[in-house]
Structure formats: C-alpha cells, structure tokens
Design a protein around this ligand. Sequence first.
Ligand code: TXA
Ligand code: MG
Length: 337
Amino acid sequence: METKIFQSDQINQAAALLRQGELVAFPTETVYGLGANALLPESVKQVFAVKGRPSDNPLIVHVADFSMTKEFVDSYHPLTEKIIKNFWPGPLTLIFTIKEDSLSPVVTGGLSTAAFRMPDNKKTLSLIEKTGAPLVGPSANTSGKPSPTTAVHVYHDLNGKIAGILDDGATQIGVESTVLDLSSEVPTILRPGAVTQEVLEEVLGIEVPLDKHLVKESETPKAPGMKYKHYSPDTPVLMIHSDDWEDALDWAEKNNKKIGLLATPSIANRYSSADRFVFEEDTIKAATRGLFSGLRALDEAKKVDIIFAEVFPEDHLGLAYMNRLKKAAAQNYFSKK
Ligand code: TXA
Ligand code: MG
C-alpha cells in the first residue's frame, strides 16, 4: 500500500479513508496518533496489528468536542465540567466509566472505563468532524520506537502499512498527554504529561495524587500501557546528573566509548567533541519537545556507543520528561562508583 501524505487542503480525502475503515495518522499537540474510526472494530484491530501493540492495552478515543463523549458516558465525575473548561482542547486524557457496550472491547481492552481526549490541533479536530466519528489513536510509531513528533517519523515507521498521514509539522509538546482517571472518587494521574500535577491541583483546589506506580516502581500501574517497557533504543542510554558530566565523559574516553549527547545548549556546548542532539533552549519545555526526536536521531544514526541524556528535577513538566527518559534508559544513571 502506498502511504499518502495529506496537507491541510486534503482533510476531506483523509476523512473519506477513515470512514471506509482505513488507517490515517494524525497530528496533535503532543505526538502523532495512529488514527482509525473508533466505531469500526475491524479497523481498530488493524491499529494493534500495524503497531505490534499488545491487545490488552486500551486506546484513547479522540473527540472533536466534549459533547461527543455523551454517546458513551452517562455519569461524569463532579469535577468534569471544571476540568473540561480549563484543559480541553489540550494534552489531558480523561478516563470515564462508560455505558455498557457503547464502545467495542477492542477499543477498551474489555474494561468498563474508556479514555477520551480532545486534542489541541485544528486539522485533527476538523478531521474528526469530517469523519463523523471519534478516532482511536495510540502514538503512530512501531511498538518499541519512541513516539513520533513529526510526520517524517511516522512515515519512517509505518510507510506502506497505513493509508495516509495528515501532516502538520513538528508537535509542540513532544510527549504523550497526561492521563487522569475520573472513574473513581479521587482524580488520579495515571500518566504524567504537560498538564502537570501542580497545575491540576491549583485549578481544582484539591490534592491530585499520582498513581502508585509513579511513586513506587514495584507497584502495578492502573493504566495498562504504563507497564510496558516503552522504548528501548538499540543504543544504551545513561542518564547524567548535572554534576556528573565531566566524570561521565572522562569515563567514556578512558573506555573508548563514543558518546552521543542529548542535552540543553548550556551543557552540550561545553563538550564540543561528542556527537549530539541539542535541545532548542535551556528549558524543560524545550527538552521535553526534543526528547523523542533526539533519541530517534542518535539511535538511528548508529554512530555512537552510548547516549548520555540530561536529567531534570522530577516535578512540574520534569515529571513527564523523566518518566519517558527513565524508560528509555531502563532506569540507568551514570554513577562514579
Ligand atoms: O498524547 C497522547 O495521549 C497520544 C496522542 C496521539 O493523543 N496518544 C497516546 O495513546 O499516547 P496511547 O494509546 O499510547 O496511550 C493511552 C494510555 C495508555 O497508557 C493506556 O493504557 C491508557 O492510556 N488507558 C487507555 N484507556 C484506559 C482505561 N480505561 N483505564 C486506564 N488507562 C487507560
Ligand atoms: Mg505510545
């Protein structure tokens, strides 16, 4: 199959394919999604097949507005209105209890709840409207690769396997949405993202806990997808604390290891000799935007033995950045000993 790249004047064509049951990748503010019509179970099955994704991992249902969820949900958490008003469209996925049989078990993994999100991307909102149905959309990468932040990444992984890609350049945020469970009394963060715990607590005026597994690694996560090892690059990744760069690079030199740096300009520019992917600015926002892209670039170039990646404090957006980086690094930090 030839994978077509659609521009903004071709959304009608992309929507027609989705109505016919084909797969079309779509842009969002977080990462690109692998889209299928959520109401066509056979198409949704294809999503798992194309990605190589375990079928017990439920999908997010992407909607064009809040009213689209009403077909599937009949009782909402009391804070829902406030949350929607403040954060939709945006990088916040909400878990609701759904009406029985309102969504195929292929979408929900057989759970009595489902995940919903209204992405902040005009082209994709228009795509959903023109399709006339919500779209499932896991990240549009092959399982085991970092989530795609450009149409080129999607093409690299899925060319020939899907009907098309709606192109909207590079995504703004760079990591997947925050997942907030609203199916029980206490809203709980199952996956950290750009809508941070601190912001949620401030807006809602209550404590919003993190799921147990985000606090203690031995606990089982409530979001089934969080148990899978996300992305394991062929090139090993080591996380480097800010005081350890000098020692880490000395160690690499002594051991004849070729290093690829993944860091902000203030750190990367100190070490001109190594290969590198430099984040656009010295901010956690720029680092988060560049994380997956940088891991992909350094891994695919196959020129370095180890990737040294910058560590950030695990609060605010840093919690989301570190959650993804720790998985890529299999939890390994450089240590002097
Ligand atoms: O930013 C994003 O969220 C991207 C873009 C494309 O929208 N999508 C994305 O989808 O990351 P996916 O399928 O990779 O992540 C969905 C996460 C998984 O961790 C899954 O286990 C969890 O949401 N999830 C889905 N339904 C759930 C449910 N009913 N209860 C708990 N967790 C659920
Ligand atoms: Mg994913």
